[in-house]
Design a protein around this ligand. Structure first.
Ligand code: 2PG
Ligand code: MG
Length: 402
């Protein structure tokens, strides 16, 4: 049994993410093994997330690393992941990583786990998650707007999840829906351009209702042509259009009651199964009302509501706010904090959905996280290299597990 693996050194590099913004990549160096990871970036960030970069400037994280982190990590036992993550908290000294930057912490924390899994030659999902890995279902973004594009829908994401026989099949059918929706949008908007948003979902000048109809129609066609069940989903990211107590759609405003009715109708009238962030990010009671009404036959998912923060998830458990939690490592800053949140949710019979961010790198760690902790879905787009990096990794893991 190996008891200690000393960190000999580490390094960080500024790279670029899928939006062309600078991102942090960290490498942990052991004797004869290394681990490298890079952190993504949100656009519709939750107010209770840790701070991505001090004063919104990546160079402050680079300076902090050079002054305070690099030497402190030398000689540390990489096998002690929770000690490593505690050390990151101590070096930062705040409760939201505002000195170090949560993205530096995230990249270092995951890089350390990758280095150890490489050293021990244990698959990453087994090293972080134990004995009962399971393949999730892909939840793919088909039409988008909100903060992920300039002229799209008010609702941030219209999603599908195909239930193929294998993960590969499910990804393939999601891609077919994406393709069919692209054709339908071009037909409908003859002469106008149809583009792709940050997550490579289609974005066009259509209303939310038109987007619902087009996606439903396309998913229905692909479903019957291929005899495959396709679930529909939506991420309102409602906090990003909540102003002065109302939900501000382009042509109308909705009160809390009307917004709740709208979310419920997506399930009751249109058969949507997956409903994320239907209300602003502190309305624990409103979420509970929706969960009470449709939680039996749909997944009500908290993202900005919880920000992968175990104290907020506990509040949601106490108030029966949702039956599912979205998980993003860089909302909370370390692997140990993420695992704590996942375990809390799972212990309380909440499903977990591991998610990408709108600004991504090609890091594929979330594939391992989703498999390790039996997440119901992995939400990471439909097409685009940085999205497929994760989906293709799950395809490989599925082959390993068969
Ligand atoms: O709201 C979300 O779920 C995410 C990912 O789709 O968006 P962002 O990374 O911009 O927070
Ligand atoms: Mg979200």
């Amino acid at each position: 049994m190996v008891e200690s693996i000393e960190i000999t050194d580490s390094r960080i590099t500024k790279i670029f993410d899928s939006r062309g913004n600078p991102a942090i990549e960290a490498t942990i160096i052991l004797n004869y093994a290394t681990g490298t990871s890079s952190a993504p970036a949100g656009a519709s960030t939750g107010k209770t997330e840790v701070i991505a970069y001090p004063k919104n400037n990546i160079d402050n994280s680079v300076d902090f690393y050079n002054k305070h982190v690099r030497n402190a990590l030398k000689g540390f036992n990489a096998l002690n992941q929770s000690g490593f993550d505690t050390l990151l908290h101590e070096l930062d000294g705040t409760d939201n990583f505002s000195e170090m930057g949560g993205n530096l912490a995230t990249a270092l924390s995951i890089a350390n786990a990758k280095a150890v899994s490489n050293y021990l030659e244990i698959p990453l999902y087994r090293y972080v998650g134990g004995l009962h890995p399971q393949i999730p279902r892909p939840m793919g973004n088909i039409i988008g707007g909100g903060k992920h594009s300039k002229n799209g829908t008010t609702i941030q994401e219209f999603l599908v999840s195909s239930q193929g026989k294998t993960f590969y099949d499910s990804v393939y059918y999601n891609i077919l829906v994406h393709r069919r929706v692209g054709e339908k949008l071009s037909e409908k908007l003859k002469g106008q351009s149809v583009g792709l948003g940050d997550e490579k979902a289609w974005t066009a000048d259509v209303s939310d209702e038109e987007a619902i109809e087009i996606m439903k129609e396309a998913a229905g066609e692909i479903s019957s042509e291929n005899k495959v069940k396709i679930y529909l989903g939506v991420d309102f990211a409602a906090d990003s259009f909540y102003n002065n107590g109302k939900y501000d759609y382009k042509t109308s405003k909705k009160t809390q009651d009307e917004q709740i009715d709208y979310a419920v109708s997506l399930n009751k009238e249109h058969g949507f199964y997956f409903i994320e962030d239907p209300l602003y990010d502190n309305d624990f009671e409103g979420f509970a009302e929706i969960t009470k009404k449709i939680g039996e036959d749909s997944l009500i998912v908290g993202d900005d509501l919880y920000t992968t923060n175990s104290a907020r998830i506990q509040k949601g458990i106490d108030m029966k706010s949702t039956n599912a939690v979205l998980i993003k490592v860089n909302q909370i800053g370390t692997l140990s904090d993420t695992v704590k949140s996942v375990k809390l949710a799972t212990k309380n019979s909440m499903d977990t959905v591991v998610s990408h961010r709108s600004g991504e790198t090609t890091d594929d760690f979330i594939a391992h996280l989703a498999v390790a902790f039996n997440s119901k879905f992995i939400k990471t787009g439909t097409i685009g290299g940085e999205r497929l990096a994760k989906l293709n990794e799950v395809i490989r893991l599925e082959e390993d597990l068969i």
